[in-house]
Design a protein. Structure first.
Length: 239
């Protein structure tokens, strides 16, 4: 199985794949870096502490936010939302209680959880890029949205440590793919022979949108997982 999580974050998923009897190849589709403007990010986190609702879009958003403001806390009465349980756990480790969607762990699931009482002012904490669905969906409901960019994603530097195991992997490749941005980075950074290998892989996508992007790039989207969670990607791969 080819694990495309950002550099330094794919170990847990790789170990879970090995526990199922698969060989895991780490091929990061991105690297995570701190905010391009740390001062602006800190000011944004200070504003977020006064918002009616605060949305953390990933565990990385939690990690980088608290690196900038280690003692960050929401105002009393504010609702803190996490896009999924992993993000909620990351917040809990820092003493912040957050709500996560019950079923669907993505932007759509989080917007559904916020549908009952749209906040007047919300801060969305994450990285630039992506779909922007959370911010757009909240604005459509009349919420004033403050985007706080506490980290950024850049293409990972791929070298022989990544490419050699990919070329030597036995049997059929199964590509675990949870981001359109990751797909684009791999397409532009991989050597031609490595990209040809991926074009022959069975793709397990985290959503229909990612599956469509894989098909458009010439890959074969074989399965759509329930979510981007590692357990859901592996369950779809097993099927």
């Amino acid at each position: 199985m080819v694990v495309t999580r950002p550099a330094g974050t794919g170990g847990t998923l790789a170990r879970a794949a090995r526990a199922l009897g698969a060989q895991a190849v780490l091929l990061p589709g991105a690297a995570l870096r701190g905010a391009a403007d740390p001062q602006a990010a800190r000011a944004g986190l200070d504003r977020a502490a006064r918002a009616d609702a605060v949305v953390f879009t990933s565990p990385a958003a939690v990690r980088f936010a608290f690196a900038l403001r280690p003692r960050w806390r929401p105002r009393r009465g504010a609702a803190v939302h996490a896009v999924g349980p992993a993000t909620a756990r990351a917040l809990a480790r820092r003493g912040v209680v957050a709500r996560a969607p019950d079923r669907r762990y993505d932007s759509e699931g989080l917007l559904a959880a916020l549908a009952a009482v749209p906040p007047r002012v919300a801060a969305v904490i994450g990285a630039p890029g992506g779909r922007g669905l959370i911010a757009d969906g909240l604005r459509a409901r009349g919420t004033r949205v403050d985007l706080v960019e506490v980290y950024r994603r850049v293409p990972a530097r791929l070298d022989a440590r990544h490419l050699r195991p990919l070329a030597r992997a036995p049997g059929r490749l199964v590509l675990l793919l949870s981001s359109v941005e990751t797909l684009g980075n791999l397409r532009t950074t991989l050597p031609a022979d490595a990209w040809v290998l991926l074009r022959g892989a069975a793709v397990v996508a985290s959503s229909a949108r990612v599956a469509d992007a894989a098909l458009a790039a010439g890959l074969r989207a074989s399965r759509v997982a329930r979510s981007a969670l590692g357990a859901d990607l592996l369950a779809a791969a097993a099927r």
